[in-house]
Design a protein around this ligand. Structure first.
Ligand code: HEM
Length: 409
């Protein structure tokens, strides 16, 4: 007889569940998450798939996820990589990088790359972002009927992050195609053959290493240069390139797509935003990130035996912080199933918490604000022309297509 735990095991990380998600519940299995939070806030599940780890503890309440993310002494990042997949573009043993490091090593290196991500520095990027946003909207308006994913939400981070990382303009399309391919192993529309996934990752690593090493001779003012200044080995250079490339573009694109989809489903929220379209408040990007859940979960490893809600997690076992469930926890958020652009406070977990909290969160928020301002001020209406089609995945929450029509202002 199958139990609720079996149901959780079979569904919570099933790519099909997310690929065929219900658009009226943000594409997420919200009832399953609610059941987990209420009845099995800590549950041990087996995963039966060739590219997934064998088993993992899953934690679904907001409070528990925050506590784990804020306690790196008990919940280490530097023992195993943080994905529920059995491979990752970063790994503490073979391809180190910020997100799989801890303690002083992490602190020092994060400070080195962190300079360019402080709010005051990020604010200086606004004019450049606006230039890119205008270009993106120009082309989209020409076409009028577009796939919002490819024609808008993808192009903005490609250009903005291309600048920040230091990817030459001519290489940006290729660079981010590698990222998309290795980051979507389950969706055959993106990773058209299994060997393409590994191949894309190898090419990205090789390209990134080359770019970073070029900075040794000719320094620049970008992330590739900051990685060069860490003076680390080739593997660590490649791990960090993969982290910045994958952490940056697909996440922002996903948040924008899920947010736009909700706007079209909620006319009163659309009207609220239109009233503020010349200066979009910061709460908007935060709500896009909360409901978007670009990263469904990340794992940590217990450094000692821990009791949590009556279960014992043994030293060395992996725990998945199910951010997507925490973001709908009514213990922490008022009316969490409502899409509320004015939500304040909005203690979402979409950017994580603690020492590993997203380094690029101010960049992502600015990209979204600027792009939405351009898009809204230059359109009279944005309306759906088809259904949203989600990517089939269990780690990142991409959108494959979102057909819309832009009616010029
Ligand atoms: C909406 C867009 C984004 C989302 C939802 C997002 C989400 C996240 C999450 C959940 C984490 C892990 C946090 C934790 O473990 O507590 C993270 C870490 C990170 N993110 Fe983002 N991210 C976004 C955009 C960006 C951008 C634009 C960049 C870079 C320009 C970036 C760079 C990073 C880096 C470097 C880390 C690792 C930090 C560390 O380990 O110290 N992210 N992000």
């Amino acid at each position: 007889m199958s139990t609720v735990s079996d149901l959780i095991s079979s569904q919570v990380f099933d790519p099909e569940v997310y690929g065929s998600g219900d658009p009226t519940t943000f594409g997420l299995p919200l009832d399953l998450y609610q059941h987990m939070r209420d009845h099995e806030p800590v549950v041990h599940i087996e995963l039966d798939h060739p590219i997934l780890i064998d088993s993992v503890w899953v934690v679904s309440r907001h409070e528990d996820i925050s506590a784990i993310d804020r306690d790196p002494q008990t919940w280490a990042s530097n023992i195993k990589h943080p994905l529920i997949w059995n491979y990752a573009p970063l790994d503490p043993q073979t391809k180190p990088g910020l997100i799989v490091q801890d303690g002083d090593e992490h602190k020092t290196k994060r400070a080195m790359v962190g300079r360019g991500f402080r709010p005051a520095r990020v604010q200086q990027l606004e004019q450049t972002f606006r230039k890119y946003a205008k270009q993106v909207v120009d082309v989209a308006l020409e076409k009028r009927e577009i796939n919002f994913v490819d024609d808008v939400a993808h192009l903005m981070p490609v250009q903005a992050l291309g600048d920040i990382l230091g990817v030459p303009e001519a290489d940006r399309a290729q660079f981010f195609t590698w990222v998309d391919t290795f980051a979507s192993p389950f969706d055959e529309r993106v990773a058209t053959a299994p060997e393409k996934v590994g191949q894309a990752l190898m090419e990205l690593w090789s390209y990134g290493l080359d770019q970073v090493r070029q900075r040794d001779a000719a320094p620049t003012d970008d992330v590739f240069n900051q990685i060069a200044e860490m003076h680390v080995g080739d593997d660590e250079v490649q791990g960090n390139v993969a982290l910045f490339a994958s952490g940056a573009a697909e996440t922002t694109r996903a948040a924008l797509c899920h947010g736009m989809h909700e706007l079209m489903r909620n006319p009163e929220q659309m009207a609220w935003l239109r009233e503020r379209q010349h200066d979009i408040p910061p709460t908007v990007a935060q709500e896009f990130v909360r409901i978007g859940n670009a990263i469904i979960s990340l794992c940590r490893v217990a450094t000692r035996d821990v009791e949590l809600h009556g279960r014992t997690i043994r030293e060395g076992e992996q725990v998945a912080m199910l951010f997507a469930a925490g973001n709908f926890d009514e213990r922490a958020l008022e009316n969490p199933r409502a899409f509320d652009l004015a939500r304040d406070p909005n203690p979402h977990l979409g950017f994580g918490r603690g020492v590993h909290a997203c380094l690029g969160k101010h960049v992502a928020a600015l990209e979204m604000k600027v792009l939405l301002e351009e898009l809204f001020t230059r359109t009279k209406e944005i309306r759906p022309t088809g259904e949203i089609d989600y990517l089939k995945d269990n780690y990142s929450r991409g959108v494959y297509s979102l057909p819309v029509e832009l009616i010029p202002a």
